[in-house]
Design a binder for this molecule. Structure first.
Ligand code: UD1
Length: 416
Protein backbone atom coordinates (compact mmCIF):
# COMPACT_ATOMS: atom_id res chain seq x y z
CA UNK A 1 0.00 0.00 0.00
CA UNK A 2 1.40 3.40 -0.96
CA UNK A 3 1.67 6.11 1.67
CA UNK A 4 3.04 9.64 1.81
CA UNK A 5 5.93 10.47 4.12
CA UNK A 6 6.26 14.16 4.94
CA UNK A 7 8.92 15.74 7.16
CA UNK A 8 8.20 19.13 8.62
CA UNK A 9 8.30 21.92 9.28
CA UNK A 10 9.43 23.30 5.91
CA UNK A 11 9.61 26.57 4.12
CA UNK A 12 8.59 26.48 0.46
CA UNK A 13 9.80 28.53 -2.47
CA UNK A 14 9.44 28.67 -6.24
CA UNK A 15 6.58 28.26 -8.64
CA UNK A 16 3.87 25.64 -9.08
CA UNK A 17 1.79 25.20 -12.23
CA UNK A 18 -1.86 24.28 -11.71
CA UNK A 19 -3.39 21.41 -13.73
CA UNK A 20 -6.60 21.67 -15.77
CA UNK A 21 -9.69 21.35 -13.59
CA UNK A 22 -10.90 17.82 -12.89
CA UNK A 23 -14.40 19.11 -12.12
CA UNK A 24 -14.52 20.87 -15.49
CA UNK A 25 -13.20 17.92 -17.47
CA UNK A 26 -15.51 15.32 -15.87
CA UNK A 27 -18.74 16.79 -17.32
CA UNK A 28 -16.93 17.76 -20.55
CA UNK A 29 -15.88 14.11 -20.98
CA UNK A 30 -19.51 13.04 -20.50
CA UNK A 31 -20.60 15.67 -23.05
CA UNK A 32 -18.47 13.94 -25.68
CA UNK A 33 -21.30 11.37 -25.86
CA UNK A 34 -23.47 14.04 -27.47
CA UNK A 35 -21.66 14.08 -30.78
CA UNK A 36 -20.55 11.68 -33.49
CA UNK A 37 -17.85 14.20 -34.52
CA UNK A 38 -14.27 14.17 -33.23
CA UNK A 39 -13.48 16.04 -30.01
CA UNK A 40 -9.90 16.96 -29.05
CA UNK A 41 -9.22 17.79 -25.38
CA UNK A 42 -5.94 19.35 -24.31
CA UNK A 43 -3.97 18.54 -21.15
CA UNK A 44 -6.36 16.13 -19.46
CA UNK A 45 -4.98 15.76 -15.92
CA UNK A 46 -3.55 12.37 -15.06
CA UNK A 47 -6.01 11.59 -12.26
CA UNK A 48 -7.93 8.55 -11.12
CA UNK A 49 -11.35 10.21 -11.61
CA UNK A 50 -10.47 11.22 -15.16
CA UNK A 51 -9.27 7.65 -15.92
CA UNK A 52 -12.51 6.28 -14.51
CA UNK A 53 -14.59 8.56 -16.76
CA UNK A 54 -12.45 7.56 -19.78
CA UNK A 55 -13.00 3.89 -18.95
CA UNK A 56 -16.74 4.55 -18.76
CA UNK A 57 -16.66 6.19 -22.22
CA UNK A 58 -14.71 3.20 -23.60
CA UNK A 59 -17.31 0.81 -22.15
CA UNK A 60 -19.98 2.79 -24.00
CA UNK A 61 -18.09 2.27 -27.28
CA UNK A 62 -16.19 5.59 -27.59
CA UNK A 63 -12.83 5.35 -29.38
CA UNK A 64 -10.00 7.23 -27.74
CA UNK A 65 -6.43 7.96 -28.82
CA UNK A 66 -3.57 10.10 -27.58
CA UNK A 67 -2.01 12.79 -29.79
CA UNK A 68 0.71 14.69 -27.90
CA UNK A 69 -0.94 17.00 -25.35
CA UNK A 70 -4.34 16.08 -26.79
CA UNK A 71 -6.69 13.18 -26.21
CA UNK A 72 -8.93 12.58 -29.20
CA UNK A 73 -12.44 11.15 -28.76
CA UNK A 74 -14.72 9.62 -31.37
CA UNK A 75 -18.21 8.80 -30.07
CA UNK A 76 -19.58 7.90 -33.53
CA UNK A 77 -19.10 4.28 -32.41
CA UNK A 78 -21.29 4.69 -29.29
CA UNK A 79 -22.92 1.27 -28.87
CA UNK A 80 -24.27 1.09 -25.33
CA UNK A 81 -26.54 3.17 -23.11
CA UNK A 82 -25.55 1.55 -19.82
CA UNK A 83 -23.18 2.78 -17.08
CA UNK A 84 -22.66 -0.15 -14.75
CA UNK A 85 -22.40 -0.23 -10.97
CA UNK A 86 -18.75 -1.34 -11.11
CA UNK A 87 -17.66 2.07 -12.41
CA UNK A 88 -20.35 4.33 -10.96
CA UNK A 89 -19.67 3.11 -7.40
CA UNK A 90 -16.06 4.31 -7.70
CA UNK A 91 -17.01 7.78 -8.92
CA UNK A 92 -20.29 9.62 -8.44
CA UNK A 93 -19.60 11.92 -11.39
CA UNK A 94 -20.51 8.95 -13.64
CA UNK A 95 -24.08 10.22 -13.27
CA UNK A 96 -23.07 12.95 -15.77
CA UNK A 97 -23.58 10.48 -18.64
CA UNK A 98 -27.32 10.29 -17.92
CA UNK A 99 -28.29 13.58 -19.65
CA UNK A 100 -26.09 13.12 -22.75
CA UNK A 101 -27.11 9.46 -23.31
CA UNK A 102 -30.78 10.26 -22.91
CA UNK A 103 -30.79 13.16 -25.36
CA UNK A 104 -28.64 11.36 -27.96
CA UNK A 105 -30.09 7.83 -27.75
CA UNK A 106 -33.50 8.48 -26.12
CA UNK A 107 -32.57 5.95 -23.45
CA UNK A 108 -30.05 5.55 -20.64
CA UNK A 109 -29.42 3.08 -17.85
CA UNK A 110 -27.09 4.39 -15.16
CA UNK A 111 -26.36 2.81 -11.80
CA UNK A 112 -27.56 4.84 -8.81
CA UNK A 113 -24.40 6.31 -7.29
CA UNK A 114 -25.33 5.70 -3.64
CA UNK A 115 -23.93 7.77 -0.78
CA UNK A 116 -20.33 8.67 -0.24
CA UNK A 117 -18.08 9.50 2.68
CA UNK A 118 -19.06 13.19 2.83
CA UNK A 119 -22.84 12.77 2.65
CA UNK A 120 -25.87 11.01 1.20
CA UNK A 121 -25.72 13.04 -2.04
CA UNK A 122 -29.11 12.28 -3.63
CA UNK A 123 -29.78 12.89 -7.36
CA UNK A 124 -33.45 13.86 -7.08
CA UNK A 125 -32.85 17.28 -8.70
CA UNK A 126 -31.30 15.61 -11.77
CA UNK A 127 -34.18 13.14 -12.11
CA UNK A 128 -37.23 15.30 -11.36
CA UNK A 129 -36.10 17.90 -13.91
CA UNK A 130 -35.34 15.33 -16.60
CA UNK A 131 -38.93 14.15 -16.06
CA UNK A 132 -40.11 17.71 -16.69
CA UNK A 133 -38.29 17.49 -20.04
CA UNK A 134 -40.26 14.37 -20.99
CA UNK A 135 -38.13 11.53 -19.63
CA UNK A 136 -39.82 8.49 -18.09
CA UNK A 137 -37.71 7.41 -15.17
CA UNK A 138 -37.79 4.12 -13.25
CA UNK A 139 -35.55 3.21 -10.36
CA UNK A 140 -35.08 -0.55 -10.60
CA UNK A 141 -32.49 -2.94 -9.14
CA UNK A 142 -30.09 -0.15 -8.23
CA UNK A 143 -30.31 1.53 -11.63
CA UNK A 144 -31.87 4.68 -13.05
CA UNK A 145 -33.64 3.58 -16.23
CA UNK A 146 -34.64 6.56 -18.36
CA UNK A 147 -36.51 6.58 -21.67
CA UNK A 148 -38.04 9.27 -23.82
CA UNK A 149 -39.74 9.76 -27.18
CA UNK A 150 -37.58 12.88 -27.48
CA UNK A 151 -36.77 15.45 -24.80
CA UNK A 152 -38.64 18.76 -24.86
CA UNK A 153 -37.37 22.14 -23.69
CA UNK A 154 -38.87 23.17 -20.34
CA UNK A 155 -38.65 25.67 -17.52
CA UNK A 156 -36.58 24.05 -14.78
CA UNK A 157 -36.48 25.92 -11.46
CA UNK A 158 -33.98 24.03 -9.31
CA UNK A 159 -34.86 23.69 -5.61
CA UNK A 160 -31.11 24.02 -4.85
CA UNK A 161 -28.32 25.19 -7.19
CA UNK A 162 -26.77 21.72 -7.58
CA UNK A 163 -23.59 21.76 -9.66
CA UNK A 164 -24.06 18.26 -11.08
CA UNK A 165 -27.78 18.72 -11.81
CA UNK A 166 -27.15 22.03 -13.61
CA UNK A 167 -24.52 20.30 -15.77
CA UNK A 168 -26.61 17.20 -16.46
CA UNK A 169 -29.67 19.24 -17.44
CA UNK A 170 -27.64 21.60 -19.62
CA UNK A 171 -26.28 18.60 -21.55
CA UNK A 172 -29.72 16.99 -21.78
CA UNK A 173 -31.13 20.22 -23.22
CA UNK A 174 -28.64 20.46 -26.09
CA UNK A 175 -30.84 18.44 -28.51
CA UNK A 176 -34.18 18.95 -26.72
CA UNK A 177 -36.92 20.48 -28.87
CA UNK A 178 -37.37 24.19 -28.11
CA UNK A 179 -35.95 26.19 -25.23
CA UNK A 180 -34.86 25.01 -21.80
CA UNK A 181 -34.42 27.53 -19.02
CA UNK A 182 -32.58 26.37 -15.89
CA UNK A 183 -33.46 28.72 -13.04
CA UNK A 184 -31.57 28.92 -9.74
CA UNK A 185 -28.76 27.25 -11.69
CA UNK A 186 -25.40 26.72 -10.00
CA UNK A 187 -22.81 29.30 -11.10
CA UNK A 188 -19.51 27.49 -10.45
CA UNK A 189 -16.80 28.35 -13.04
CA UNK A 190 -16.73 24.69 -14.17
CA UNK A 191 -20.35 25.13 -15.35
CA UNK A 192 -19.32 28.09 -17.51
CA UNK A 193 -16.51 25.94 -18.88
CA UNK A 194 -18.92 23.14 -19.83
CA UNK A 195 -21.23 25.69 -21.50
CA UNK A 196 -18.31 27.22 -23.42
CA UNK A 197 -17.22 23.74 -24.51
CA UNK A 198 -20.74 22.86 -25.70
CA UNK A 199 -21.05 26.20 -27.54
CA UNK A 200 -17.68 25.53 -29.22
CA UNK A 201 -19.41 22.45 -30.74
CA UNK A 202 -22.40 24.52 -31.91
CA UNK A 203 -24.75 24.32 -28.92
CA UNK A 204 -26.80 27.45 -28.18
CA UNK A 205 -26.37 28.22 -24.50
CA UNK A 206 -26.75 31.70 -23.06
CA UNK A 207 -26.81 33.19 -19.57
CA UNK A 208 -23.38 31.69 -18.92
CA UNK A 209 -22.07 32.84 -15.53
CA UNK A 210 -25.57 33.70 -14.26
CA UNK A 211 -28.12 31.66 -12.32
CA UNK A 212 -30.49 31.54 -15.31
CA UNK A 213 -29.13 29.40 -18.11
CA UNK A 214 -31.01 29.20 -21.41
CA UNK A 215 -30.43 26.38 -23.89
CA UNK A 216 -31.95 26.48 -27.39
CA UNK A 217 -32.12 22.94 -28.75
CA UNK A 218 -30.05 22.26 -31.90
CA UNK A 219 -30.09 19.35 -34.38
CA UNK A 220 -26.38 18.61 -34.53
CA UNK A 221 -22.99 19.47 -33.09
CA UNK A 222 -19.62 19.86 -34.83
CA UNK A 223 -15.98 18.98 -34.12
CA UNK A 224 -14.09 20.89 -31.46
CA UNK A 225 -10.73 21.39 -29.85
CA UNK A 226 -10.85 22.53 -26.19
CA UNK A 227 -8.76 23.08 -23.08
CA UNK A 228 -10.45 23.37 -19.67
CA UNK A 229 -9.80 26.07 -17.07
CA UNK A 230 -7.15 25.74 -14.36
CA UNK A 231 -8.21 23.89 -11.23
CA UNK A 232 -9.24 26.57 -8.71
CA UNK A 233 -9.41 24.06 -5.84
CA UNK A 234 -5.89 22.78 -6.49
CA UNK A 235 -4.76 26.42 -6.74
CA UNK A 236 -6.39 27.28 -3.40
CA UNK A 237 -4.63 24.32 -1.79
CA UNK A 238 -1.19 25.56 -2.91
CA UNK A 239 -1.95 29.19 -1.94
CA UNK A 240 -2.89 27.95 1.55
CA UNK A 241 0.30 25.83 1.62
CA UNK A 242 2.35 28.97 0.88
CA UNK A 243 0.64 30.89 3.69
CA UNK A 244 0.77 28.06 6.24
CA UNK A 245 4.50 27.61 5.72
CA UNK A 246 5.13 31.39 5.72
CA UNK A 247 6.63 31.14 2.26
CA UNK A 248 6.95 33.08 -0.96
CA UNK A 249 5.54 30.87 -3.73
CA UNK A 250 3.88 31.61 -7.05
CA UNK A 251 0.82 29.55 -8.01
CA UNK A 252 0.29 29.86 -11.77
CA UNK A 253 -1.98 28.98 -14.73
CA UNK A 254 -5.41 29.52 -13.24
CA UNK A 255 -7.85 32.41 -13.04
CA UNK A 256 -7.77 34.06 -9.57
CA UNK A 257 -11.25 35.51 -10.24
CA UNK A 258 -12.52 31.94 -9.78
CA UNK A 259 -11.18 32.08 -6.21
CA UNK A 260 -12.23 35.60 -5.32
CA UNK A 261 -14.13 34.69 -2.16
CA UNK A 262 -11.28 32.53 -0.83
CA UNK A 263 -8.59 35.12 -1.63
CA UNK A 264 -10.65 37.93 -0.05
CA UNK A 265 -11.09 35.83 3.08
CA UNK A 266 -7.35 35.09 3.26
CA UNK A 267 -6.57 38.81 2.84
CA UNK A 268 -9.05 39.58 5.66
CA UNK A 269 -7.12 37.11 7.80
CA UNK A 270 -3.91 39.06 7.12
CA UNK A 271 -2.48 37.26 4.08
CA UNK A 272 -0.08 39.21 1.90
CA UNK A 273 -0.87 38.17 -1.65
CA UNK A 274 0.03 39.44 -5.09
CA UNK A 275 -2.85 38.65 -7.43
CA UNK A 276 -2.09 38.62 -11.16
CA UNK A 277 -4.20 37.78 -14.19
CA UNK A 278 -3.33 34.09 -14.06
CA UNK A 279 -1.36 33.67 -10.83
CA UNK A 280 -1.30 34.34 -7.10
CA UNK A 281 1.93 34.88 -5.18
CA UNK A 282 2.07 34.35 -1.43
CA UNK A 283 4.37 36.19 0.99
CA UNK A 284 5.22 35.44 4.62
CA UNK A 285 2.27 36.81 6.59
CA UNK A 286 0.95 36.88 10.12
CA UNK A 287 -2.55 35.47 9.95
CA UNK A 288 -5.40 35.49 12.44
CA UNK A 289 -8.51 33.29 12.76
CA UNK A 290 -11.64 33.64 10.66
CA UNK A 291 -15.37 33.04 10.50
CA UNK A 292 -16.25 31.10 7.38
CA UNK A 293 -19.31 29.36 6.01
CA UNK A 294 -19.41 27.31 2.84
CA UNK A 295 -21.96 28.25 0.18
CA UNK A 296 -22.62 27.73 -3.52
CA UNK A 297 -20.46 29.86 -5.87
CA UNK A 298 -19.62 32.74 -5.56
CA UNK A 299 -19.54 31.87 -1.83
CA UNK A 300 -16.77 29.99 -0.02
CA UNK A 301 -16.34 26.58 -1.73
CA UNK A 302 -16.95 23.45 0.32
CA UNK A 303 -14.02 21.91 -1.58
CA UNK A 304 -11.63 24.34 0.19
CA UNK A 305 -13.16 23.94 3.66
CA UNK A 306 -10.82 21.16 4.84
CA UNK A 307 -7.68 23.01 3.71
CA UNK A 308 -8.95 26.13 5.50
CA UNK A 309 -9.50 24.13 8.69
CA UNK A 310 -5.83 23.05 8.57
CA UNK A 311 -4.78 26.70 8.16
CA UNK A 312 -7.02 27.96 10.97
CA UNK A 313 -5.57 25.34 13.32
CA UNK A 314 -2.14 26.99 13.24
CA UNK A 315 -2.85 30.73 12.90
CA UNK A 316 -3.28 32.96 15.95
CA UNK A 317 -6.81 33.32 17.36
CA UNK A 318 -9.99 31.33 17.15
CA UNK A 319 -12.07 30.41 14.10
CA UNK A 320 -15.55 29.14 13.38
CA UNK A 321 -16.18 27.18 10.20
CA UNK A 322 -19.70 26.16 9.16
CA UNK A 323 -20.20 23.49 6.48
CA UNK A 324 -23.51 24.15 4.73
CA UNK A 325 -23.24 21.98 1.59
CA UNK A 326 -22.46 18.44 2.76
CA UNK A 327 -23.67 16.98 6.06
CA UNK A 328 -20.62 14.88 6.91
CA UNK A 329 -17.65 16.82 5.68
CA UNK A 330 -15.51 17.10 8.82
CA UNK A 331 -13.76 13.75 8.68
CA UNK A 332 -10.38 15.47 8.55
CA UNK A 333 -11.04 16.85 12.04
CA UNK A 334 -10.14 13.75 14.13
CA UNK A 335 -7.06 13.19 11.94
CA UNK A 336 -5.92 16.82 12.33
CA UNK A 337 -6.45 16.45 16.09
CA UNK A 338 -4.03 13.50 16.03
CA UNK A 339 -1.41 16.02 14.86
CA UNK A 340 -2.23 18.32 17.78
CA UNK A 341 -4.83 20.75 16.47
CA UNK A 342 -7.54 21.87 18.89
CA UNK A 343 -11.05 21.69 17.49
CA UNK A 344 -14.58 20.98 18.61
CA UNK A 345 -17.29 19.96 16.13
CA UNK A 346 -20.87 20.80 17.03
CA UNK A 347 -23.24 19.74 14.28
CA UNK A 348 -22.33 21.54 11.09
CA UNK A 349 -20.06 24.02 12.89
CA UNK A 350 -16.44 23.61 13.82
CA UNK A 351 -14.82 25.68 16.56
CA UNK A 352 -11.06 25.94 16.21
CA UNK A 353 -8.63 27.17 18.85
CA UNK A 354 -5.75 28.53 16.80
CA UNK A 355 -2.03 28.62 17.46
CA UNK A 356 -1.56 24.84 17.75
CA UNK A 357 2.00 23.51 17.50
CA UNK A 358 1.53 20.39 15.40
CA UNK A 359 3.63 17.23 15.76
CA UNK A 360 3.88 14.56 13.02
CA UNK A 361 1.97 11.28 13.44
CA UNK A 362 0.45 8.51 11.31
CA UNK A 363 -2.87 9.72 9.84
CA UNK A 364 -5.42 8.44 7.36
CA UNK A 365 -7.06 9.99 4.28
CA UNK A 366 -10.85 9.76 4.28
CA UNK A 367 -11.83 11.73 1.18
CA UNK A 368 -10.16 13.88 -1.44
CA UNK A 369 -10.09 17.33 0.18
CA UNK A 370 -9.69 15.94 3.72
CA UNK A 371 -6.49 14.34 2.43
CA UNK A 372 -5.23 17.67 1.12
CA UNK A 373 -5.77 19.17 4.59
CA UNK A 374 -3.58 16.42 6.08
CA UNK A 375 -0.77 17.17 3.61
CA UNK A 376 -0.93 20.88 4.52
CA UNK A 377 -0.87 20.13 8.25
CA UNK A 378 2.04 17.70 7.79
CA UNK A 379 4.12 20.41 6.09
CA UNK A 380 4.08 22.46 9.30
CA UNK A 381 4.18 19.57 11.80
CA UNK A 382 7.37 18.90 13.73
CA UNK A 383 8.86 15.56 12.58
CA UNK A 384 7.47 12.83 10.36
CA UNK A 385 3.85 12.36 9.26
CA UNK A 386 2.87 9.20 7.41
CA UNK A 387 -0.36 9.60 5.44
CA UNK A 388 -2.20 6.38 4.62
CA UNK A 389 -4.84 5.70 1.90
CA UNK A 390 -3.43 8.27 -0.50
CA UNK A 391 -5.55 6.88 -3.34
CA UNK A 392 -8.05 9.56 -2.26
CA UNK A 393 -5.49 12.24 -3.15
CA UNK A 394 -4.80 10.64 -6.53
CA UNK A 395 -8.44 11.25 -7.49
CA UNK A 396 -7.93 14.99 -7.63
CA UNK A 397 -4.33 16.22 -7.25
CA UNK A 398 -2.09 15.62 -10.26
CA UNK A 399 1.56 14.95 -9.33
CA UNK A 400 1.03 16.23 -5.81
CA UNK A 401 4.26 14.89 -4.31
CA UNK A 402 6.33 16.01 -7.31
CA UNK A 403 4.84 19.50 -7.25
CA UNK A 404 5.49 19.86 -3.51
CA UNK A 405 9.02 18.42 -3.89
CA UNK A 406 9.78 21.10 -6.48
CA UNK A 407 8.63 23.72 -3.98
CA UNK A 408 11.15 22.31 -1.49
CA UNK A 409 8.91 20.09 0.66
CA UNK A 410 10.34 16.90 2.14
CA UNK A 411 7.66 14.62 0.77
CA UNK A 412 7.89 11.17 -0.78
CA UNK A 413 5.67 8.27 -1.72
CA UNK A 414 6.64 5.12 0.17
CA UNK A 415 5.51 1.50 -0.21
CA UNK A 416 4.69 -0.16 3.08
C1 UD1 B 1 -19.85 19.04 -7.27
C2 UD1 B 1 -18.35 18.83 -7.26
C3 UD1 B 1 -17.85 18.66 -5.83
C4 UD1 B 1 -18.30 19.84 -4.97
C5 UD1 B 1 -19.81 20.09 -5.10
C6 UD1 B 1 -20.28 21.34 -4.39
C7 UD1 B 1 -17.92 17.71 -9.38
C8 UD1 B 1 -17.55 16.45 -10.06
N1 UD1 B 1 -18.05 17.62 -8.03
O1 UD1 B 1 -20.46 17.88 -6.72
O2 UD1 B 1 -16.43 18.58 -5.85
O3 UD1 B 1 -17.99 19.59 -3.62
O4 UD1 B 1 -20.17 20.21 -6.50
O5 UD1 B 1 -19.61 22.46 -4.86
O6 UD1 B 1 -18.06 18.75 -9.98
N2 UD1 B 1 -28.18 17.58 -3.86
C9 UD1 B 1 -29.48 17.11 -3.71
N3 UD1 B 1 -30.10 16.56 -4.81
C10 UD1 B 1 -29.48 16.48 -6.04
C11 UD1 B 1 -28.18 16.97 -6.17
C12 UD1 B 1 -27.54 17.52 -5.07
O7 UD1 B 1 -30.05 17.16 -2.63
O8 UD1 B 1 -30.11 15.98 -6.98
C13 UD1 B 1 -27.48 18.15 -2.69
C14 UD1 B 1 -26.23 17.30 -2.32
O9 UD1 B 1 -26.56 16.22 -1.51
C15 UD1 B 1 -25.37 18.32 -1.61
C16 UD1 B 1 -25.68 19.62 -2.35
O10 UD1 B 1 -26.93 19.41 -3.03
O11 UD1 B 1 -25.73 18.44 -0.28
C17 UD1 B 1 -24.63 20.03 -3.36
O12 UD1 B 1 -24.46 19.02 -4.31
P1 UD1 B 1 -24.05 19.31 -5.83
O13 UD1 B 1 -23.91 20.78 -6.03
O14 UD1 B 1 -24.96 18.54 -6.71
O15 UD1 B 1 -22.60 18.67 -5.86
P2 UD1 B 1 -22.03 17.64 -6.91
O16 UD1 B 1 -22.41 18.04 -8.29
O17 UD1 B 1 -22.31 16.25 -6.45
Amino acid sequence: MQKLKIKGPVSLNGEVEISRAKNAYLPILAAILLTDKKVRLKNLPNLRDIKTMIQLLKNLGVQIEEDGDYTVFDASTLNSHEATYELVKTMRASIFVLGPLLTRLNKAKVSLPGGCAIGTRPIDIHLSNLEKMGAKIDLRAGYVEANTDGLQGAKLPLKFPSVGATENLMMAAVYAKGTTVIENAAMEPEIDDLANFLNSMGAKISGIGTNKITVEGVDELCETDYEAIGDRIEAATYVIAGLMTNSEIKVTRFNPEHLEFVLDKLIDMGAKLEIGKDYVKTFPSKLKGAKIETAPFPGFPTDVQAQMVALCAVVEGNSIIAENIFENRFMHVPELMRLGSKMDQQGSSLFIEGGAKLVGAPVMCTDLRASAALVLAALVSEGETIIDRIYHLERGYENLSLKFQKLGAKIEVINE
